[in-house]
Ligand binder design. Structure first.
Ligand code: GNR
Ligand code: NI
Length: 169
């Protein structure tokens, strides 16, 4: 196991579009295990491979209170979205300290491969549905702040760049 470095907005690498995984082999399994360790250590409920600078369609999620129900989604595809939507307060490990409202579908159905390469169907609602939509955006190179107004986004960008400058000192 190894901890991976999480990219921070506005790193341009966060906008790369991930490619489908060709085979779920030992290299992908190692990535999944490192991503889970990184997500738990960072106290996140999800992590997309894009955030650790791996541009393949891999997501890990755990929305359980006990942090003992890892969910691995490889090559996820949304097969159904509810008509209903909801405004949810979101945060992101790549935009630390920033929380704001994003509109998401209330429920989604997703097909994906698990860490053994087996295909599965997930019917998600509530926080799991929000998290899946947030993570699938990452795989498309989209960060949640891009849903906010240009004014808010620019303020966040400036704040993040200032934080990173201070880190470097
Ligand atoms: O840890 C996370 N919490 C969260 C809260 C509301 C909506 C989405 C998320 S995902 C985030 C982890 C993360 O950045 N995943 O990409
Ligand atoms: Ni995120």
């Amino acid at each position: 196991m190894a901890l991976l470095t999480i990219l921070c907005y506005p790193d341009p690498k966060l906008h790369k579009v991930a490619k489908p995984v060709a085979v779920v082999d030992a290299v992908i399994q190692k990535l999944v295990s490192d991503m889970l360790e990184t997500m738990y250590e960072a106290k996140g409920i999800g992590l997309a491979a894009t955030q650790v600078d791996v541009h393949q369609r891999v997501i890990v999620i755990d929305t359980s209170e006990e942090r003992n129900q890892p969910l691995v989604l490889i090559n996820p595809e949304i097969t159904w979205k509810s008509e209903g939507t909801h405004l949810n307060e979101e945060g992101c490990l790549s935009v630390p300290g920033i929380y704001d409202g994003v509109v998401r579908h209330d429920a989604v159905h997703v097909t994906a491969l698990d860490e053994t390469g087996k295909s599965r169907v997930i019917e998600a609602q509530e926080i799991l549905a929000v998290c899946i939509q947030h993570e699938m955006d990452h795989l498309m190179g989209k960060v949640f702040v891009e849903y906010l107004s240009p004014l808010k986004r620019n303020r966040i960008k400036t704040k993040m760049l200032k934080m990173h400058r201070e880190d470097a000192r």
